[in-house]
Design a protein around this ligand. Structure first.
Ligand code: 13P
Ligand code: 13P
Ligand code: MG
Ligand code: MG
Ligand code: MG
Length: 361
């Protein structure tokens, strides 16, 4: 029968500030999944920056109420502890106070896929902090559509036909399927606009799921944009899909993403080990971790902490140089995000204060 891989994540309080998760919270989450997760085959609990990541396998399919409730209750218990320890932003991503059917829309990020487990099933869980779901557009394009990244697209007969990309418009609430390589020029018009259009899923041309991101509707509460969702991404690898090394390769170039300080700045995405996923400089720069697992009848064999590899040292060094460079711009665009994309804004207040001083011309 089919296996479902579900990743649910949330920031329920930072230790200290927005940098990390307190170890007691991780213990609570593990204990909760162990004791209450009777329907799970296996699970792995970790954190990247201030985000708790629940990686779970089961046979209940996607959007399963019990699995989502299990994760919600685990995160809720962590949130209670965060309040007790007065951690920063305790309960930040738990936007509602009760669970109703599906965790989507309640604050946490969700990425899940139901698969027929192959003879060998290598998967990578990418987890980022201090950025947004659009941060996966560039690497997903490279993994699944760019032969300069993924040579398999050119030389592997099982990949040569290309892939299908499901792109979601987070403002218009619409989706479209692009076929690659046929549609790449059309697709790039949209996915280059990472604040609005996100790659939500990638399929093979035979409609096998290959990748899924935690792209949900944007977090608007009472009409106000309340922040970027630090995103996760699941990628299946090998045998007609990108090799593990092809899936990791896009991160060897630290491209710019939106997020960082106050969710309001562009900065380089640094690939790091879990140990180094504690963003502190200007609350960043944005981090990405990649954990590899082999699935065996749903068991999570692993993890392998991929970005520990010294081969990503140059990417890290380059990212730090970019960070030094762009930080000098202070509150100026394009380091600071355009007004409409700021997570924090004093604009209405300042506009009001200056009423009467702006003269029509
Ligand atoms: P191995 O020869 O180490 O199995 O590697 C094969 C491969 O496809 C690497 O991408
Ligand atoms: P998080 O989204 O990781 O909580 O970061 C928010 C922030 O404001 C960092 O400066
Ligand atoms: Mg936080
Ligand atoms: Mg975070
Ligand atoms: Mg955030």
């Amino acid at each position: 029968s089919k296996i479902t891989l579900t990743v649910i994540k949330a920031d329920v309080g930072g230790f200290v500030g927005h940098t990390d998760v307190h170890p007691e919270l991780l213990e609570i989450a593990k204990k909760h999944l162990k004791e209450k997760g009777k329907m799970l085959i296996d699970f792995h609990v970790t954190r990247v920056g201030d985000d708790i990541e629940l990686i779970m396998t089961h046979r209940e399919g996607i959007d399963n109420e019990e699995v989502h409730k299990l994760a919600w209750d685990a995160l809720w218990s962590c949130g209670e502890k965060a309040k007790e320890l007065k951690l920063y932003g305790a309960g930040q991503d738990l936007l509602k106070d009760s669970f109703s059917g599906n965790i989507k829309g309640l604050g946490p990020g969700v990425a899940e896929m139901e698969i027929e487990e192959r003879k060998s099933e290598p998967v990578i869980i990418f987890m980022a902090d201090k950025t947004e779901p659009g941060a996966w557009n560039l690497p997903l394009y490279k993994m699944f559509a760019d032969p300069f990244n993924t040579v398999g697209l050119a030389i592997d007969p099982n990949m040569h036909q290309g892939f299908k990309f499901e792109v979601y418009d987070m403002i218009g609430h619409k989706k479209i399927i692009f076929e690659t390589p046929e549609d790449i020029y059309d697709m790039l018009v949209f996915i280059g606009a990472t604040g609005r259009y996100c790659i939500r899923r990638v399929y093979t041309k035979n409609n096998e799921i290959a990748a899924v991101s935690s792209t949900q509707r944007m977090n608007f509460m009472a009409g106000k944009y309340i922040g970027k969702d630090d995103p996760v991404l699941i990628v299946r690898c090998q045998n007609g899909l990108p090799a593990v090394g092809e899936a990791l390769e896009p991160f060897a170039n630290p491209y710019l993403v939106a997020g960082w300080m106050r969710g309001s700045h562009n900065g380089p995405m640094i690939p790091v080990s879990l140990e180094d996923a504690v963003p502190t400089r200007f609350d960043g720069p944005p981090r990405v971790c990649a954990l590899g697992f082999q699935l065996a009848e749903g068991k999570l064999i692993g993890p392998q902490d991929f970005f520990k590899d010294v081969a990503f040292d140059n990417a890290r060094e380059k990212a730090l140089e970019i960070a030094d460079y762009i930080r000098k711009m202070g509150p100026f665009e394009p380091h600071r995000l355009p007004l409409e994309e700021l997570e924090y804004t004093t604009l209405p207040h300042v506009v009001k204060k200056l009423q009467g001083r702006w003269k029509e011309e």
